[in-house]
Ligand binder design. Structure first.
Ligand SMILES: NC(=O)c1ccc[n+]([C@@H]2O[C@H](COP(=O)([O-])OP(=O)(O)OC[C@H]3O[C@@H](n4cnc5c(N)ncnc54)[C@H](O)[C@@H]3O)[C@@H](O)[C@H]2O)c1
Length: 386
């Protein structure tokens, strides 16, 4: 097992790297939708790792996944504490409801396992900081699954912004609009298991992205709404919902830039998932740039005095990160595979992951501040996380 002593990167290598060492053994904590279609698939395609063990509180689902992944019963657990004792597990993914992220990730770090944790990494900033301290203490690789950072056009947009292509950065704008039915969202509709609604679920991706370009958000002015206070369970009973269906906030970044963010899954007619409306825009002193997820391989850029015009993403931003196997031809799968390559390549080489738990904690601190601002009707300062 690789542990903190060797930085996790000294021995593992995939077949593509020519070294005769074992692939990274990944334990999946939570094997619901995201773990299966994003993480397990990317691990299989990576050439760098194998699914070594799985854990889920739902025994029926656990058995179904065990069969699909070809895992024997001794590699399947209903408690993550037991999975963490499995010697074949070098690293874990945590893709459970949000309230399980912190205890599972902290236990994993304390057991010397590298951790890829889903967003939002924690229920609040205090929990996120405890996670950050745990991974730093343990010296393990740590990564937050801000998946859209790996969309080729978003990688290219960030590169251009940081390289000064748009001049001094002044403002960003984010719209994430989807159309989900009014039916039960399960754990996602309860504050006790999710902490927030669309704010933590979708807007947190954009908060992280904006902070990765502009630096930390200093203050927010937020507003949230519950549009559907009761949602229908599969059996027909109604289940109260107490998290935001819609959120919007204005952000002030350190140093002066500003941002406007809106996110909801109740924008009728707007589609779901990658087919929904996901737009991010940057205005600088020299130029503006516009991204939409429906065109993951292109941006629009407009220079001062000119007009917005398409700009293709260069091939190096379409390529696999590290030395993973070839990416899926489907762009929606390819960027999710690149997220996993980032984690596995960091383990393999001993380098830090990006985005990491610091990024995850900084995003949670902004979510906390938006919730407090919406509740109080006042602007709220974001607690700094370092
Ligand atoms: N990065 C992204 O783009 C993205 C996309 C979708 C979901 N997510 C995140 O992934 C996480 C999971 O979302 P999902 O859609 O897969 O949810 P899901 O409900 O499909 O899966 C969660 C699984 O966790 C299991 N679980 C609950 N408590 C557990 C425990 N104590 N130990 C082990 N397993 C437990 C559940 O039984 C379930 O199978 C969430 O944090 C969500 O925000 C991220």
């Amino acid at each position: 097992m690789r542990g903190p002593q060797d930085g996790g990167g000294g021995t593992a290598a995939g077949s593509r790297h020519g070294a005769a060492s074992a692939p990274v053994g990944v334990g999946l904590i939570g094997v619901g939708r995201q773990a299966d279609w994003a993480h397990a698939r990317a691990i299989r395609r990576s050439g760098l790792a194998v699914v070594a063990a799985i854990c889920d509180a739902d025994e029926v689902l656990l058995r179904a996944r065990a069969e699909a992944y070809g895992l024997p019963p001794e590699r399947c657990f209903t408690r993550y504490q037991d999975l963490l004792e499995c010697p074949a597990v070098d690293a874990v993914t945590v893709a459970t409801p949000n309230h399980v992220h912190a205890p599972a990730a902290i236990a994993a770090a304390e057991a010397g396992k590298h951790v890829l944790c889903e967003k939002p990494i924690a229920m609040d900033a205090a929990e996120a900081v405890a996670m950050l301290q745990a991974v730093r203490r343990a010296g393990v690789r740590h990564m937050t699954a801000f998946t859209y950072r790996f969309v080729p056009a978003m990688r290219f947009l960030r590169h251009l912004a940081l390289a000064g292509r748009f001049g001094d950065l002044r403002a960003v704008r984010s719209r994430r609009l989807m159309d989900w039915p009014d039916e039960s969202l399960g754990w996602r509709q309860h504050r006790a298991t999710a902490a927030s609604g669309d704010l933590g679920d979708m807007a947190s991706h954009r908060i992280d992205y904006a902070q990765s370009v502009l630096g930390p958000v200093r203050r927010v002015h937020g507003l949230t709404r519950v549009f559907v206070p009761e949602r229908r369970l599969p059996g027909g009973a109604m289940d109260p919902a107490d998290v935001d269906d819609w959120c919007a906030f204005v952000a002030e970044f350190e140093g002066g830039p500003v941002g406007v963010f809106e996110s909801t899954k109740l924008a009728r007619g707007y589609g779901r998932g990658d087919a929904g409306t996901d737009e991010f825009e940057i205005n600088g002193s020299a130029a503006s740039a516009f991204f939409r997820l429906r065109s993951p391989h292109a941006l629009e850029v407009g220079d001062a005095g000119g007009a917005m015009a398409p700009e293709a993403v260069p091939p190096e931003f379409l390529a696999p990160i590290g030395a993973g196997a070839a990416l899926s031809a489907d762009p929606g799968l390819a960027f999710r595979e690149n997220q996993m390559y980032e984690f596995l390549d960091a383990i393999r080489t001993g380098r830090p992951c990006s985005p990491d738990f610091l990024d995850g904690a900084r995003a949670v601190a902004v979510v906390d501040a938006v919730l407090r601002s919406a509740a109080s009707g006042r602007a709220v300062d974001v607690a700094p996380v370092a």
